[in-house]
Design a protein around this ligand. Structure first.
Ligand SMILES: NC(=O)CC[C@H](N)C(=O)O
Length: 256
């Protein structure tokens, strides 16, 4: 018998090769439901699963994916050592199909087109995000820190369907968001100024007392990157924002 398919579901896959994937799964689980912003509000339940291989991803068929923090070099090695298809290659295609991917910390490095401080000999990347990222900008593990930052989470310009009532220009402003930086990267340069939107930055006081503005979160169409770890706090608003983006994108695709 065919399994019953619940149409009102949004499925999120969390890449579980290495690093802080469980925390993301728990954060998404804490959301439970999201709602379409169309005239007839539909309630969607949220399914989240760890995925370790291309066949896991194909089986789940997620509407959106999260790449956790950890160690981007280790994840690249694990991804290429699998007998299965290479996950990074698969995720490049997944992005091209217009699905959303959110990378946190190591995840944001893997999504970047240009990486400063790569391991010797280079490291394989998924790419797609047109920024220059510095892999260990804030130093070593011992230099990890927490701070409050402001975020302006944008719903974006990648919506060409006017039939739904999603307000694509709306911005969710989060003040004093607890941001945890662990061997964190920083986005040093935006290479495609037209398409990459800055959704988070803050002023760092460097060891010599000078101040510098660093970019901590960006959006480029269906790619979200944050260099800090919202999954390690008790605040699920960034995760809610991501789920809402994924749902809006899904509604655009099915033309609601
Ligand atoms: N917490 C993290 O994800 C650190 C990322 C690490 N700097 C890397 O290169 O992968």
């Amino acid at each position: 018998m065919e399994p019953l398919i619940n149409e009102n579901q949004i499925k999120i896959g969390v890449l579980a090769l290495q690093g802080g994937f469980r925390e993301h799964v728990n954060m998404i689980k804490s959301i439970k439901h999201c709602f379409s912003e169309c005239e007839n509000k539909f309630k969607y339940s949220i399914i989240v699963e760890e995925v370790k291989s291309v066949s896991d991803i194909k089986k789940l068929n997620p509407h959106g994916m999260i790449l956790p923090g950890g160690e981007s070099t280790s994840m690249a090695i694990i991804a290429s050592g699998n007998d299965d298809e290479n996950i990074f290659t698969f995720l490049k295609d997944y992005l091209k199909q217009g699905h959303f991917i959110w990378g946190t910390c190591a995840g944001s490095i893997m999504l970047s087109n240009k990486v400063d401080g790569q391991k010797i000999g280079g490291q394989s990347l998924i790419g797609g995000l047109d920024v220059l990222i510095s892999r260990n900008y804030f130093g070593r593990q011992i230099d990890s820190f927490e701070t409050k930052i402001n975020l302006n989470l944008k719903y974006g310009k990648n919506n060409n369907n006017n039939n739904n009532n999603i307000n694509i220009n709306s911005v969710l402003s989060l003040e004093n968001f607890e941001a945890i930086f662990i061997r964190a990267p920083a986005i040093l340069d935006i290479l495609d100024k037209e398409n990459v939107e800055i959704i988070g930055d803050f002023i760092v006081t460097k060891k010599d007392g000078t101040k510098e503005k660093v970019i901590t979160a960006v959006k480029q169409n269906n790619i979200i990157a944050s260099v800090f770890h919202p999954e390690l706090t008790n605040d699920n608003r960034f995760h809610k924002y991501f789920v809402q983006l994924v749902l809006n994108n899904h509604l655009t695709k099915i033309n609601i």
